[in-house]
Design a protein around this ligand. Sequence first.
Ligand code: MG
Length: 221
Amino acid sequence: MAEAPPALPLIVPSLERLGLRRDRPLVIVDVDEVLGLFMAGFGGFVAERGYELRFERFALFQNLFRPGATEHLDLTEGRQLFDDYFRTDCGAMEPAPGAVDALKRLKPRAEILILSNAPADAERLRGDWLKRHGLPEALILSSGPKGPITAAIVAQTAGKTAFIDDLLPNLDSVAEHSPATARFQHVADLRLRALAPRSDRHPRIDDWAELGEAIEAAISG
Ligand SMILES: [Mg+2]
């Protein structure tokens, strides 16, 4: 998971440019806390720099502390660590258990687009990370609520569509802007699951094997 920076002007590539077909179902998947264990990776990164990432609430910068401190780091320092992580270290993250296998099983039935809210600096490391884990999928780095960009992508396909994210603001945004797209919430980190808010607007499936089957059912027929 990651807190979204302010939205930038919307630039939406065509499906052709992304190497995706218009005549098959399309599955749009987040990275941090969906395909990859972001909090574990970022927690290790900040620990090497003498900070602690605590799991006290479903937030990011408010969970960053100096050892022993009761007040979290100020948001500017937190943002700097976040940007540094994406620029230099996000390629070392572990995949979420079951995610790679589930996407490989979906691949014969659907086009797959990775839609990640991450700084533009992360594009090469993030793309390399996907390839290294056998997921050389189309990748868009974005920012802000994901509904508008998802709607612009979905408008290009005749197939059924599904969207998977850990964050309710992104899921709510897709519900608003692309209501025909099936939505699923997935929270990969075991420690975050109890803290992560859920909503009866979007099915929450934290097991990737089960989630893969639900996605397949949603894009079939
Ligand atoms: Mg995420």
